[in-house]
Design a binder for this molecule. Structure first.
Ligand SMILES: [Zn+2]
Length: 301
């Protein structure tokens, strides 16, 4: 009995030792594993967001003076980029702006009746999305900086996405006056039936990495987009708060803006926000800024 008891004890101690050592081992693995996880979390604490820059055409401005209150750029012309963007977040996708009218694809450049702009577009949104294996159904949200024709061209394609629009912009573009005088602007958004009306800033995925900022003035509900990227850091997409670099340097307000005072107030708020967040500013129509983006299909991230 005594011998058996002794053996039982030895066996129990052995089991305990094995259990302890395996526990120690598993702790070690756990710890190693958890330390890797900690590191991963530290690196990817911000959700990994990708920004694809797509080509929505070119705008040749034949009368650059319309981008001032009349005193600058007289007799000058300038080529503007017209990109739009796909933002890929772990929780979904957003398209920001939608380029020029898709009817321009395959056509010679078109000059607007007032002679101010000559516009062209090389490729449709569906064909560009295909390059990154997406279709419009994969895009959860659509947001336009504003509803002018050079930002809403492909919007009608995203009729299953939720349209994130400032209430003031929605009222403006759907008003009887606009439906009559700016038919194209209206018809570009008239297929968007899932509407989420905003009144101010909106954090699209709820984690601060993709934030629509209300910056009225160019139009009643003009907005810009703030992104906080893991590698590239914080950036701001300007919408049409500025059209080119000199506009930003001079705080130049185009002659066709909806409200000059509101525009200047938004410029002030934008610059303060950019400074506070150390955000790199990309002026969407500025060709130099367009060329700074990784060439599609490579994303900025
Ligand atoms: Zn524009």
């Amino acid at each position: 009995m005594d011998k058996l008891y002794k053996m039982k004890n030895i066996l129990l101690i052995a089991i305990a030792l094995i259990a302890f050592s395996s526990c120690k081992d598993s702790n070690k693995v756990e710890k190693d594993h958890s330390s890797t996880t900690d590191m991963d979390i530290a690196v990817t604490e911000k959700a990994s967001v990708k920004l694809y820059t797509l080509d929505g055409g070119r705008v040749q401005v034949n009368k650059l003076e319309i981008f001032s209150q009349g005193e600058l750029y007289i007799g000058e012309s300038k080529t503007l980029a017209d990109p739009f963007y796909i933002i890929e977040h772990p929780k979904g996708r957003l398209i920001w702006d939608a380029g020029l009218a898709e009817g321009l694809v395959g056509q010679p450049p078109f000059t607007t009746p007032n002679g101010a702009f000559t516009v062209s577009r090389q490729d449709s949104v569906i064909s560009q999305l295909k390059t990154i294996n997406l279709t419009p159904k994969d895009i959860n949200f659509i947001a336009l900086s504003h509803t002018h024709f050079d930002h809403s061209g492909s919007a009608y394609v995203f009729n299953e996405s939720t349209w994130l629009v400032q209430e003031s912009e929605y009222e403006f573009v759907t008003s009887e006056e606009q439906q009559l005088n700016n038919k194209d602007n209206y018809s570009a958004i008239s297929t968007l039936n899932n509407v989420k009306k905003l009144n101010g800033d909106f954090d699209v995925f709820g984690d601060g990495t993709v934030v629509i900022k209300s910056m009225p003035g160019h139009t009643p509900g003009h907005q810009v987009l703030y992104l906080n990227l893991v590698e590239a850091g914080p950036i701001l997409l300007s919408g049409d708060l500025y059209h080119f670099q000199e506009n930003r340097d001079n705080k130049g307000v185009p002659s066709f803006n909806h409200d000059v005072a509101e525009t200047l107030k938004s410029m002030e708020a934008f610059e303060a926000f950019a400074k506070e967040n150390n955000a790199k500013v990309y002026i969407q129509h500025e060709l130099k800024d367009f060329n700074k983006m990784p060439k599609f299909p490579k994303p900025l991230q």
